[in-house]
Design a protein around this ligand. Structure first.
Ligand SMILES: Nc1nc2c(ncn2[C@@H]2O[C@H](COP(=O)(O)OP(=O)(O)OP(=O)(O)O)[C@@H](O)[C@H]2O)c(=O)[nH]1
Ligand SMILES: [Mg+2]
Length: 301
């Protein structure tokens, strides 16, 4: 568990830096001046926590601190109060479909998930349903070799729905615990490609209803990630988000508006390019990572 927290904290380094420094600058203050609050507001908005959340946090922190509590701890508590009960989790079924716009980390996340499940002793099958680029199949084939998990691919077809159909069928008949389907990147504004995705989902559903759909969102894209999820959701029911490239961004607060505004759980964070750089989302670790609190927090409960 500690390692888990450490990894989340490390993955949020860039986002945390300015937030934590701001709180450090408030050390010893009983109350925050209007300038302090303005500064904090700006920093939190830059981290993509979203207006609604930032507004509430600022209101909470406006109240003088008579117990001399750390401001970062008060931030943590305020965020936790807002989020507790507002975060759902999902069941992860045997078929996992990864969707999202180009370059957001679908293939890498498919590989990371395959590695994660295989490590837990599950039988995993990867399905290469990105039929647009030969390099896409090569990329996932390379991962399947590295991870020593099975792969279904068909370079002879340009219909991804056909590959998905064959892949899921093969996975079920081979009694796989997980069938992880990598799809091609597509812009939510492309009508044809979104229709193709609808078809992929329809075809998968003909075989099983035990499908979990993850959208990968690159944390660097900020609020645009919300639009991507909203638009994809019109074509197929998204279950949860994998928020990728958290390691390289100062905008890692975006998980919060995703969960509060879209009501979509964030299930995993991508924190690097290696197979182990995927962590299950855990609210406490995430909030500690953001606020700069490390180690156990005693909330006096
Ligand atoms: N630093 C970092 N890089 C990542 C992460 N996830 C993916 N990447 C990198 O981002 C690039 C794109 O990742 P892919 O997995 O190929 O993205 P994709 O969504 O499959 O791309 P398309 O299939 O072209 O749509 C690669 O160079 C990955 O190594 C992450 O969590 N952190
Ligand atoms: Mg890909």
């Amino acid at each position: 568990m500690f390692k888990f927290l450490k990894k989340t904290v490390a993955g949020l380094t860039k986002t945390r830096q300015r937030i934590a420094n701001t709180f450090l600058g408030f050390a010893g203050k009983k109350y925050l001046s209007p300038e302090d609050l303005d500064r904090l507001e700006e920093i939190l908005l830059q981290a993509d926590l979203g207006w609604e959340v930032v507004d509430k946090v600022i209101e909470d922190l406006r109240v003088p601190d008579d117990k001399n509590k750390d401001w970062s701890l008060r931030f943590f508590e305020s965020m936790k109060k807002m989020l507790d009960g507002n975060i759902s989790s999902i069941q992860e079924y045997e078929v996992i479909l990864l969707v999202g716009i180009n370059g957001t980390g679908k293939t890498t996340s498919a590989a990371k998930l395959a590695g994660y499940f295989a490590k837990n002793g599950e039988k995993v099958l990867l399905v290469a349903a990105d039929t647009y680029r030969a390099a896409a199949v090569a990329q996932i084939r390379e991962w399947s070799r590295k991870l020593n998990v099975d792969l279904v691919a068909n370079e002879g077809t340009s219909d991804p729905a056909a590959v998905v159909f064959d892949g899921i069928k093969a996975g079920i008949s081979r009694k796989m615990d997980r069938i992880i389907v990598d799809t091609a990147g597509r812009l939510h504004t492309s009508k044809n490609l979104m229709q193709e995705l609808e078809k992929i989902y329809r075809v998968a559903q003909k075989i099983t209803d035990k499908i979990t759909v993850f959208i990968t969102i690159d944390a660097n894209t900020g609020q645009n990630g919300l639009t991507q999820a909203r638009e994809f959701h019109k074509s197929l029911p998204l279950d949860a988000v994998i928020l990728t490239k958290m390691d390289g961004t100062a905008r890692g607060g975006i998980a919060i508006p995703i969960m509060l505004e879209l009501k979509l759980p964030v299930s995993y964070l991508g924190v690097g390019e290696q197979v182990d750089d995927l962590i299950q989302f855990d609210l406490d670790s995430y909030l500690k990572g953001l606020s700069g609190i490390e180690g156990d927090v005693n909330l006096g409960e």
